[in-house]
Design a protein. Structure first.
Length: 122
């Protein structure tokens, strides 16, 4: 009788792919093992196993922590109020934001780029 995956100390390659919802593939894991990058693994004969504790450590090493940028107080996206939401939406000028080329006192419309509905859906 098997244990649920959360109780396993080790995951198979397929279970690791499932853990990362397919964002990391079997071939990617194979390539990483060959280059000795990626999460730590154990090889027993031909079997490759990934210790869950090592995957947790690897997750923490790869975590991206976002910090608010106090010099850029623009909303991420604001949509114009139009039927079916197919009108233009406004995106902040992220390049100007990164370069610090705008003033906090200007309004979002002055700092934004209007994008056509067809460009917004790409």
């Amino acid at each position: 009788m098997g244990h649920p995956m959360s109780d396993n100390k080790y995951l198979t390659v397929e279970e690791v792919v499932e853990r990362y919802r397919g964002a990391v593939t079997v071939s990617t894991l194979e390539s990483w093992r060959g280059m000795r990058i990626g999460p730590a693994f154990i090889k027993v004969g031909k079997a490759v196993l990934y210790p869950v504790e090592e995957l947790d450590v690897w997750d923490k090493k790869n975590m991206v922590v976002c910090k608010p940028n106090s010099s850029c107080s623009l909303p991420l996206t604001s949509r114009a109020r139009v039927p079916n939401n197919k009108g233009p939406h406004i995106e902040p000028d992220r390049q100007a934001c990164r370069r610090g080329k705008h003033s906090k006192t200007r309004n979002a419309a002055d700092q934004a780029t209007v994008v056509s509905p067809s460009a917004a859906s790409r």
